[in-house]
Ligand binder design. Sequence first.
Ligand code: DC
Length: 224
Amino acid sequence: MTPLTIAIDGPVGAGKSTISDVVAQRLGILHLDTGAMYRAVGLAAMQSGVDVKDEEAVCRLCKEGKAQVDVNYRDGKQITLLNGVDVSALIRAQEVGGAASVVSRYPLVRKMLVARQQEMAKAQSMLLDGRDIGTVVLKDATVKIYLTASPEARAQRRRNQLLEKGLDTPFETILAEVNDRDYRDTHRQADPLRQAPDAVLLDSSDLSFDETVNAILALVEEKQ
Ligand code: DC
């Protein structure tokens, strides 16, 4: 049987990762959070003392095999490895997210990670989430979804997450960050974020978490 492939793309804060985790679990397939792989390359640069803005130096690290990114699964949960070391927790730091957004612009980094992602999705049924899954990584995915929400809704969700951690950040500051990330993701030269022509647009601005999960499951069922 050909593996089932699900591509979920969308802007920052649309809830792709958490929603993808639950959808994959419900379908009994693995979820690959591709952003984690870009974060691991960002971390490799930081740990090697390489300026992430220095494209040549970051690419040299990759060519020399000093930024080897791998993914394993333990009890269905993704473990992201950098040069054989589990960095799943380290890559969640905010600075690493910043480094990832810079190194993800480099074509050589993208080529290396896209090849790995395609290899994984060939071997088994998978759900991949990222920015270029439906447009580049899995052009023939069984189901493609472009998951978005208004910048205001995404900023409000982010503000709520930060409040839960005891951080009271002004809504306007978060909204400005969301708009800034959107601009960078959609205007970069290498594989910018855009909706694939054959992707279904799902706007979750007025949907609850469960409603969004169920809408995706319904789309998968319809396409299968
Ligand atoms: O989704 P995230 O914040 O973990 O992603 C980290 C960075 O990697 C973000 O700046 C977007 C980039 N990225 C990408 O360019 N392509 C992907 N398929 C996934 C993430």
